[in-house]
Design a protein. Structure first.
Length: 542
């Protein structure tokens, strides 16, 4: 891939500044940088979904590209298609075989010259077909299905009925099966259990073609990448490093220490020269010559001055309660729920919970067992089939939705705060704490990266002044620094909290007291090993 004179701005906010770079073919590339540095935007330019202001990205040869986004859209759901059919269509084997068969039929009534042309077309199609290994393709697909723990129950479900996590896994399996020249992977491990992640990691390590991957999962990056592309949010540039993420950090740290040392030596020399100049500039002719000589040296020094790059800003997050809730802000009695009347069984069956004021409560379980559904029932976005949810008086709820559905994607960042009685300056102040500045405020939510949407969702959450927080996977799409900051803020929150999370390190820092295990509905005291267990088995039955 060749990047030449690439420039992109959103309004007055620069994203890429005059970037020219060559990235070798066949590498496994980790793409890193702070949220908002342009990682997902870079993918969109590669995919021709976004046009730069100037410059271009070109490939050395005709290239097929496969893309796994952070958030699976409805377009990727494929409606009523069965999961197995969706996977099977990943390779165009059937289509190529039909094209070849039709061409052979044409040869029956064709002249010798026409036959030669047709046979030439068949030869080219046969080469394409051979690339997809038609005689081994079924075995390859079955190995992927087994390795990613996709069982028969899931294979014969409709794509439209899958949960967000299930859609991500199926889209990932199909992408791996497609055998594209370049894979673009945006946070691919977000919805994977431990064993599935291990399988995917080994698969990608041995993938023969090019991989570009954006991930905050450092162990995963270290295992599969051979080079690292750093997107610098401060300078709006890119730089290619040899080695994986840990090697990149080591090189970057050593470089920063070297530059700091050199800058300090330069500053000492600058001060020394300036002192000589100040001392002799108004002296006799000999002293004045010395001063002028030192001025020339100082000018040369300034030309080569080393500038220490300022570090990027971090999100500033605070949570406070407007008032204290009653002693039992939420009680759930015999709650049952199914999406359709004709469904045979209940998704949630006789869930009973009483959560006292100030408790931090975790919900765990396999993908698709109803964790997010339970939160939507609490938020009155769904209606129980039977049972009841009692929200106590003086209970103010703040809800963080996993797929950012509380944001209005057709409105700008600042317009998404319209529900709060704030002046424009107050809105700017709040959004600035979450790293939205200047033209960022007038970007439509639809063009934000998932990480930026997460920050905006968190900004809205802090404005609720809630005493009951309902959090559905709040660390998804966020860089490690922001994850740690959120964990610290939530651990000191004095109100009540109900959390769904697949992140054991994050959960362990919150001060969780009890865990609800779905679909069984059992409530137990918190143990980190339980969270780790469900992280490992999360996808086995789906």
């Amino acid at each position: 891939m060749t990047i030449k004179d690439l420039n992109l701005s959103f309004g007055l906010q620069p994203i890429f500044n005059n970037i020219s770079l060559t990235i070798p073919d066949g590498i496994h590339l980790g793409i890193v940088g702070d949220n908002g540095a342009g990682k997902t935007t870079f993918f969109k330019i590669i995919l021709n979904e976004l046009e730069p202001d100037s410059g271009n990205i070109t490939f050395n040869k005709k290239t097929t590209i496969g893309y796994l986004p952070q958030v699976i859209t409805d377009e990727l759901s494929s409606g009523d298609m069965l999961v197995f059919d969706y996977l099977l269509e990943g390779r165009p084997i059937k289509k190529l075989e039909e094209q070849i068969a039709k061409l052979y039929e044409k040869t029956i009534e064709s002249s010798q010259k026409e036959t030669e042309e047709i046979l030439n077309k068949i030869s080219k199609l046969q080469m394409q077909l051979d690339y997809y290994e038609p005689y081994k393709s079924e075995e390859i697909l079955l190995n992927l299905i087994e390795g990613m723990h996709i069982d028969d129950k899931l294979l014969y479900m409709k794509m439209s009925s899958l949960s967000g996590g299930q859609k991500s896994k199926i889209a990932f399996a199909r992408l791996l099966y497609q055998k594209k020249d370049i894979l673009l992977l945006d946070e691919p491990t977000n919805h994977l259990d431990y064993e599935t992640k291990e399988f995917v990691t080994n698969y990608l390590k041995n993938y023969p073609n090019t991989i570009y991957v954006i991930s905050h999962d450092i162990p995963f990056l270290d295992k599969i990448t051979t080079k690292t592309l750093f997107l610098n949010k401060v300078t709006n540039t890119m730089e290619l490093f040899s080695g994986n993420y840990s090697k990149f950090l080591q090189i970057k740290k050593e470089r920063e220490l070297y530059l700091l040392k050199e800058a300090q030596l330069q500053e000492k020399e600058r001060i020394r020269l300036q002192r000589v100049i100040d001392k002799y500039i108004h002296g006799n002719e000999k002293k004045a010559r010395i001063a002028k000589d030192r001025q020339k040296k100082l000018e040369k020094l300034e030309e080569k001055k080393i500038t220490i790059e300022k570090t990027g800003k971090e999100a500033s997050i605070t949570l406070k309660q407007e008032r204290e809730s009653t002693k039992k802000p939420i009680i759930i009695k015999d709650l049952c729920f199914k999406y359709k009347k004709e469904d045979k069984g209940m998704l949630l069956y006789k869930i009973n919970i009483e959560i006292p004021r100030g408790e931090k409560f975790l919900i765990v379980g396999e993908n698709g067992v109803g964790k997010s559904t339970l939160l939507k029932l609490i938020m009155n976005k769904l209606t129980p089939s039977s049972g009841e949810i009692i929200i106590g008086p003086k209970t103010d709820i703040g809800y963080y939705a996993q797929e950012h559905e509380l944001l209005n994607h057709n409105k700008t960042v600042i317009e998404n705060l319209e529900e709060f009685k704030l002046t424009d300056n107050e809105k700017r102040g709040i959004l600035g704490k979450f790293l939205f500045f200047n033209d960022d405020l007038y970007k439509k939510v639809s063009i934000l990266s998932p990480g930026e949407r997460s920050r905006l969702s968190l900004a809205k959450l802090t404005l609720k002044n809630a005493n009951l927080l309902i959090l559905d996977e709040p660390t998804n799409h966020l860089d490690p620094k922001t994850q740690k900051k959120i964990a610290k803020v939530l651990s000191s929150f004095e109100g009540t909290m109900i959390v769904v999370s697949h992140n054991p390190e994050f959960v362990d820092s919150l001060g969780i007291s009890r865990i609800l295990v779905l679909p069984k509905g059992n409530t137990n005291y918190y143990e980190k090993s339980v969270v780790e267990h469900y992280q490992q088995v999360n996808a086995k039955k789906y």
